[in-house]
Design a protein around this ligand. Structure first.
Ligand code: ATP
Ligand code: MG
Length: 396
């Protein structure tokens, strides 16, 4: 049953219309003044209104204006005096759906009401449709995101599967290293040769480090995580990583250099994650020098930091790792960020770059590479400085 609000100050007309419209199947609510009509409209939200124009205090045009200001979709039909075209025109200008003139003819009123009812039904349908559409879009977006996450997860699992053979080879090499180390240590003990004992234990230690790094890398790669950001110094992380790799570089005659931007103050980063990123990149850079087939070269690995302020919005931290080692062919470059790819024949897992990229992406950062076979490579990592609001950062 359609609800109808009937506003007229003449009780007799109100009563007559109420009877005839109720018999037409409308659920009629009546109001004897514009003010009362407006109150009922506000309280009950009736969408179909029939109002007289000539009423004391608040006339029908004012009622129409206020109703339209509250609900544009309400359908208001006005009743004008015979020949009062001015009121009819201004009612239409204020958005009345229709007007009927006095004396009211039932057919004209019923027709006007039917037209208004149809308009109401159409606009309700339209509203349902758009609301439905928004809901559907929301549902599809969630489904799509789930599917995408599933895909990423399954791709990663597939890539783990694919690399098992490669990993087995890598682990076999670590086991040989462990056995070799233990043999050397045992022989050193048996023959009372402390230097052999020492070298043997160092070898065991190195290979234990390798296994634990592998386990950590695999765990890191298979887990989604958000960076645990704390205030830390990017320059200090670089220094710590270079300190760790100092001996490895020295043994292989690779010079380590650093160019640190003094303007680069503390930033909110996942310290362990960024440490891992730089450890991977600098290790790869040293390896690239070791794998370089050039007869003699002054091999160098340089780590540079820079605060880039021209970026809009906010500041960007740049870490740049450059080596003049073997460089990469286009083929190697193309495979660099895909699946567990390594050219180090059982001495590498190919997890290094994958994890590096993952950690950088988790920070919302970017990694890029420039490389030329035989000449060397440069890896650039850009991270947003990401200071929480109101913080100015600390000392370097
Ligand atoms: N600086 C570089 N110069 C030349 N090649 C590089 C460089 N960095 C990475 N690569 C190439 O990318 C491959 C993948 O690197 P990634 O760090 O993922 O694995 P890896 O170093 O082989 O193994 P792991 O990191 O487990 O020791 C390397 O095997 C190497 O071929
Ligand atoms: Mg590596």
């Amino acid at each position: 049953m359609t609800r109808l609000l009937l506003i007229d100050d003449e009780a007799a007309i109100l009563e007559m219309l109420e009877i005839s419209l109720t018999s037409e199947g409308y659920e009629v609510t009546t109001a004897e003044s514009g003010k009362e009509g407006l109150r009922i409209f506000e309280e009950e939200g009736i969408k179909l209104i029939l109002t007289d124009i000539k009423m004391p205090v608040m006339d029908g045009i004012e009622v129409l204006r206020r109703i339209k200001a509250i609900d544009k979709e309400a359908e208001v039909i006005v009743i004008t005096g015979h020949g009062d075209m001015d009121s009819a025109i201004s009612a239409l200008q204020y958005g009345a759906s229709d007007f009927i003139t006095k004396p009211i003819r039932d057919e004209a009123l019923i027709l006007a009401l039917q037209r208004a009812k149809k308009k109401l039904a159409v606009s309700r349908q339209l509203k349902d449709y758009t609301e439905n559409l928004e809901q559907k879009v929301k549902e599809y977006t969630v489904e799509l995101r789930q599917a995408q996450e599933e895909l990423i997860r399954s791709e990663r699992l597939a890539s783990v599967g694919e690399t098992v053979a490669g990993l087995a080879h890598y682990i076999k090499n670590i086991l040989s290293g462990l056995r070799g180390g233990m043999y050397m240590a045992n022989t050193g003990m048996a023959r009372d040769k402390p230097y052999m004992l020492q070298d043997g234990w160092a070898m065991v230690q190195r290979n234990i480090d390798k296994v634990s790094n592998l386990a950590l890398d695999l765990l890191r790669y298979s887990k989604e995580r958000t960076p645990e950001r704390t205030l830390c110094s990017p320059n200090r992380i670089v220094s710590e990583v270079l300190e760790l790799l100092k001996n490895y570089a020295k043994v292989h005659r690779v010079e380590l250099k650093k160019i640190l931007d003094p303007n680069l103050k503390d930033a909110y980063l996942d310290k362990d994650g960024i440490h891992r990123v730089l450890l991977n990149l600098v290790s790869n850079a040293i390896d690239a020098c070791i794998y370089d087939t050039a007869a003699s070269k002054a091999w160098e690995v340089t780590v540079e930091t820079r605060l880039e302020t021209d970026d809009d919005p906010g500041e960007t931290i740049l870490f740049k790792v450059t080596d003049n080692g073997c460089g990469m062919t286009d083929q190697v470059k193309a495979k660099l960020f895909t699946r567990f790819f390594s050219t180090k024949a059982g001495r590498g897992t190919g997890l290094g770059i994958l994890n590096t990229q993952k950690i950088i992406h988790e920070h919302g950062g970017k990694i890029s590479v420039k490389s030329k076979a035989g000449q060397g490579s440069t890896f650039s990592v850009r991270l947003k400085r990401n200071m929480p609001e109101g913080s100015k950062g600390g000392t370097n």
